[in-house]
Design a protein around this ligand. Structure first.
Ligand SMILES: [Zn+2]
Length: 126
């Protein structure tokens, strides 16, 4: 633990030294009229750090807008798909169309969709 603390202190001193050198260099450059070099370097560093954050934010926004999680209308298997696309259910293989946050079956025009009803023997006898 003592060794880790010494390492931490050494790292802190190392960082402080670089920060001090950077500040002195900045003051020197602005004193001799080359402040634009420092400014362009700082802008470049800011772009390097800010650009990936903007890209990640944009990807996250796009995924939240276009990813749809819903249940298959045939087998009720819950999965994720992209909005306004067609695909198949990974569980039952049914062709599905994904629109407005829901999964819909892709049915040929002449198909009649029916629901099977289980009738018990007692009902038949009555
Ligand atoms: Zn399914």
């Amino acid at each position: 633990m003592n060794n880790k603390f010494q390492k931490f202190v050494w790292l802190n001193n190392f960082g402080l030294n670089y920060l001090l050198i950077f500040l002195l260099l900045g003051l020197f450059l602005s004193w001799i009229g080359l402040g634009w070099v420092l400014n362009s370097f700082l802008i470049l560093v800011a772009l390097i750090f800010i650009a990936p954050m903007i890209v990640l934010w944009r990807i996250r926004w796009w995924l939240q807008r276009d990813l749809v999680e819903n249940k298959c209308p045939v087998c009720s298997y819950r999965f994720t798909g992209f909005n306004k696309t067609e695909g198949r259910c990974p569980n039952c293989g049914e062709p599905l169309k994904i629109e407005e946050g829901h999964f819909y079956r892709v049915i040929p025009p002449d198909t009649i969709d029916i629901d099977a009803v289980e009738v018990s023997v007692n009902q038949l006898e009555d």
